[in-house]
Design a binder for this molecule. Structure first.
Ligand code: 0O2
Length: 215
């Protein structure tokens, strides 16, 4: 590769990262508005917090290699959906589906894929709802549709996933059987906890409804 090619590659990389960052800003704003609207109408905040990130070059290379793909910018654009990623953390499982629906219904959002690891958890116990969407970015000379992966999960699911992620990397994907079994047990506890918290919240809502109808 001569120096002109290298320059062009750096330029392409910088343009792409600019687009992914712009797409994250767009999605973050959409989520903030939806949350504010929900608060305004239902007097309730479904989103606990939102995290967004651009995948690091190191993780991009690792993921391309893990899937047996060429390590090039074109290959990254073609094969990776989660270079720009947003994670929405909600209180209850029911919030997840509502938020996913509200995002998908927006006319400028095109849903490319949906993976519902809540209805069908991964064998290790991982639960989360993943959407890959295309977001239009309007530049001075036109529109560029850019991919963003949106992960939606409860606080409890997020707690489990962050510990599992650390363990996965610590053991390079080969954690001892006992640790994997314990993690799966914890995933079952997380599921039970989410169910109980949801039931508790429904009970609280019905008490509140009864109290309001009396006044
Ligand atoms: P990172 O470091 O979080 O960016 P993949 O399954 O990842 O090989 P794909 O098509 O991207 O391929 O699938 P998927 O299932 O939608 O997963 C994308 C992301 O979801 C992952 O990105 C993780 O963030 C998260 N994820 C998926 N499965 C698991 C899991 O078993 N445990 C945890 N903790 N997170 C998971 P990366 O690039 O793998 O990781």
């Amino acid at each position: 590769m001569d120096s002109t090619d290298k320059f062009l590659e750096v330029d392409t990389w910088q343009t792409l990262m600019f687009l992914y960052n712009a797409a994250l800003k767009e999605v973050n704003t959409k989520i903030e508005i939806l949350n504010d609207e929900f608060l305004h109408i239902h007097n309730y905040n479904p989103i606990e917090h939102v995290k967004s990130r651009i995948k690091s070059p190191e993780s991009i290379v690792k993921k391309l290699r893990r899937h047996g793909h060429e390590v090039t910018i074109e290959s990254m654009q073609q094969h990776l959906n989660d270079i720009a990623g947003i994670r929405i953390i909600c209180s209850f499982t029911s919030d997840i589906y509502q938020i996913a629906q509200m995002i998908s219904n927006q006319s400028d959002v095109k849903v490319l894929t949906v993976k519902d690891y809540i209805a069908s958890p991964k064998p290790n116990g991982y639960k989360s709802y993943h959407l890959v969407v295309l977001i239009p970015i309007f530049l001075s000379d036109g529109r560029v549709d850019t991919k963003v992966e949106i992960q939606i999960r409860t606080i409890a699911m997020d707690f489990w996933a962050s510990l599992e992620h650390k363990i996965y990397y610590k053991f390079e994907g080969n954690a001892p059987e006992q640790i994997r079994a314990d993690l799966k047990d914890c995933a079952d506890i997380v599921e039970m906890l989410d169910e109980r918290m949801l039931n508790l919240n429904e009970m609280i809502q019905s008490y509140r409804g009864k109290a309001e109808s009396r006044t």
